[in-house]
Design a protein around this ligand. Structure first.
Ligand code: C5P
Length: 409
């Protein structure tokens, strides 16, 4: 099979921001997928990565300056703007976006952006206050109206200041997925087009008092990867997620919830769906009567925390009389007798498939990037090889598409 981006020509403009280091990885990832990558490093970009490292990775000389006689002679900025299939700006700084929005053209990057007739994808990266500023938001709206595509920025910790907020550049693999999406032929690689998928992900937090809660070690990585893969496969995806430190997956509608009860309510609201995948690690119990005030230490011994059983979201949806998705898929995270427990769960929950995995601490699945799963259905058990959570997600989504295939609307 040809790599996804075989012979695609990508012009990557690297702006001046600490996230420029991620663009080095982006070049690698794009070339791994067969793309030809030509790079422009802005003057500010220079301060963060060197032309030598950029050219070593893209395998070409790097273009850095409008008045570089070599680039004028060899390529020319107008040709550079046109001899490509896509222009990607990563990191796209507040300044570069302001220039683009105003149509400025005073250096190689901004001239190329004004001269190109090809699609442009921006991966913004900046301090959260700069992102939130009216001026930046005005520019974002203007660029969107001008047909410029954007991926991110994500919510999270800033590399330089440790501040949290929206402003982190999207991860290289997210940018690659967005680029692949732009190049995908309409309908091609979209086996879930016209389908609605519901995915749950992450842990739930069950409040004890305003500052404490019961939780578990779920990172949400597997559920989020499934939502992203389903969106890439063309599905209309609603992701209902408990508290996680992950960006919302591109292309999915993400609803953030805290408790199991909130999760059930959001799931019921998101129905109907063609398929529902329950990857969340829902707390089995909540606190019967969470305290409205912080419980004080040393006030009459240890507090007692009576528990109540939480609703089983998977079983509830699997037993719906109306609105039941055609395919209801549960997860079974086990630490022993994985397949035996998964088979029992298939029956007790009333779902169609169970994805079972071993989450013993030595396996590193909880919070890790890899997963070894078994697909348990009425037809038997398929054991998949160890792979990344993104690969598990793609394989599962492919199976869902196959199972729904015959009844495409
Ligand atoms: O019973 P157990 O927690 O092992 O079942 C796991 C499966 O059930 C997962 O798919 C999980 O998302 C789902 N589940 C749920 N609601 C609960 C408990 C589990 O949807 N309260």
């Amino acid at each position: 099979m040809q790599p996804m981006l075989a012979n695609r020509r990508i012009l990557l403009i690297i702006g001046g921001g600490i996230a420029a280091y991620k663009s080095l990885d982006l070049i690698r990832r794009l070339r791994e997928r067969g793309a030809q990558v030509r790079c422009i490093l802005t003057r500010a970009g220079h301060e963060f990565v060197t032309p030598l490292s950029v050219s070593a990775l893209c395998g070409e000389r790097v273009f850095t300056d409008l008045f570089d006689p070599h680039s004028e002679f060899d390529v020319g900025h107008i040709r550079m703007a046109r001899d490509t299939d896509l222009v990607v700006v990563a990191p796209a700084t507040a300044d570069l976006m302001a220039k683009m929005s105003g149509g400025h053209a005073d250096d190689l990057a901004s001239i190329v952006l004004l001269a190109t007739d090809k699609p442009v994808l921006l991966a913004p990266a900046m301090n959260p206050r700069m992102w939130d500023h009216h001026a930046t938001q005005r520019n974002v709206a203007q660029l969107g109206a001008d047909g410029i595509r954007m991926i991110g920025p994500n919510d999270g910790e800033m590399a330089e200041s440790g501040e949290r907020g929206v402003g982190r550049m999207a991860e290289p693999l997210e940018i690659v997925a967005a680029i692949e999406g732009l190049f995908a032929k309409p309908g091609a690689g979209k086996p879930l087009a016209g389908r609605r998928l519901l995915v749950t992900s992450g842990p739930t937090h069950e409040p004890i008092d305003p500052v404490r809660y019961l939780a578990n070690r779920s990172s949400g990585k597997q559920g989020h990867a499934i939502a992203a893969a389903a969106a890439l496969a063309g599905a209309e995806v609603t992701l209902v997620s408990g508290p996680v430190h992950l960006p919302d997956p591109a292309g999915a509608k993400t609803i953030r919830v805290t408790t199991a009860r909130d999760m059930l309510a959001a799931v019921e609201k998101a129905l109907p769906a063609d398929a529902a995948i329950f990857a969340a690690a829902v707390a089995d119990w909540g606190i019967a009567a969470p305290d409205q005030q912080k419980i004080k230490k040393n006030k009459g011994g240890l507090p007692s925390l009576p528990l109540v059983e939480n609703p089983d979201i998977l079983a509830t949806v699997a037993h719906l009389k109306s609105n039941r998705p055609k395919l209801v898929i549960g997860f079974a995270a086990e630490t022993e007798k994985v397949i035996e427990h998964a088979k029992a769960k298939l029956r007790s929950k009333g779902c169609d498939w169970i994805v079972a995995n071993d989450v013993s601490p030595q396996g590193g699945v909880m919070g890790g990037d890899r997963n070894t799963v078994h697909l348990v259905t009425d037809n038997g058990v398929e054991s998949w090889p160890p792979q990344t959570k993104a690969e598990v997600a793609r394989a599962l989504v492919a199976r869902v598409a196959e199972a729904l295939g015959g009844e495409r609307p």
